[in-house]
Design a binder for this molecule. Structure first.
Ligand code: BEZ
Length: 227
């Protein structure tokens, strides 16, 4: 068993305002966010191959996160100096140029890993400790958790999918739509079931299409992505 807390943060709750050491100095999470969107992504350990590809991909996509106003921060259960040494490998392996674009938290005591429920009983270090899984937390400008995913150490994430999900989160935070399967920015959206027919006409002047289905229920309504 790993010491995951039962009261880990849930969607819609305020994300913990933890303090931590990072490769760019100490932070207090909410101050670091400063009212922006943010993404925190965890890694099992420094100097591991899948993590090296993930941190490189995240660095390559940093301009895309910046375009969306999303601050990035990674976490791994190793000391700051280890992170700094590892960054040189990440830069070399992924052919990165310029300053490394985001800080890495040093969660040496595994406090965050426990607090955020990121430990995986199936994956162990050589010493038998539970590894930190590959968690992603997207936090909104209100400091509340908007999305979380958790992959095991052996499965690398798709950072393009994370950007796609952020596009949906940011759209649906503003407009009364939901995004369907495999949606990408610019595609048609679903009108929320809670919106009446009259309100839908007013809210979506570009048009609402009601899709006929055998039940006769008019719940599948699409509209061009509202601007
Ligand atoms: C990796 O990053 O390659 C990795 C780390 C821990 C377990 C399995 C893979």
């Amino acid at each position: 068993m790993c010491n995951n807390q039962a009261n880990m943060v849930l969607l819609g709750e305020v994300f913990p305002n933890f303090e931590a050491e990072t490769t760019e100095g100490p932070i207090k999470f909410h101050d670091w966010l400063g009212g922006s969107w943010g993404i925190l992504f965890s890694h099992p350990a420094d100097f591991t191959p899948v993590c090296t590809t993930e941190l490189g991909a995240a660095a390559q996509l940093a301009p895309e996160f910046a375009k969306r106003g999303v601050k990035m921060i990674a976490v791994s259960c190793d000391p700051v100096q280890s992170h700094k040494d590892w960054i040189k490998d990440i830069e070399a392996y992924n052919h990165l140029a310029g300053a490394f674009p985001y800080p890495i938290i040093a969660d040496e005591e595994r406090r965050l890993a426990v607090q955020l429920g990121m430990l995986d009983s199936d994956e162990r270090t050589a010493e038998g400790l539970c590894l930190t899984a590959r968690a992603v937390f997207v936090v909104g400008p209100d400091n509340r958790l908007k999305l979380s995913i958790l992959y095991p150490a052996t499965t690398g994430r798709n950072f393009h999918e994370i950007l796609r999900a952020i596009d949906s989160l940011q759209l649906t935070a503003q407009k009364k739509v939901a995004t369907p399967v495999n949606w990408k920015a610019g595609d048609k959206c679903m009108v929320l079931p809670s919106i009446s027919e009259d309100d839908a006409k007013k809210l979506f002047p570009a048009g609402v299409e009601v899709h006929e289905v055998p039940s006769g229920k008019k719940y599948i309504r699409t509209t061009p992505q509202p601007q």
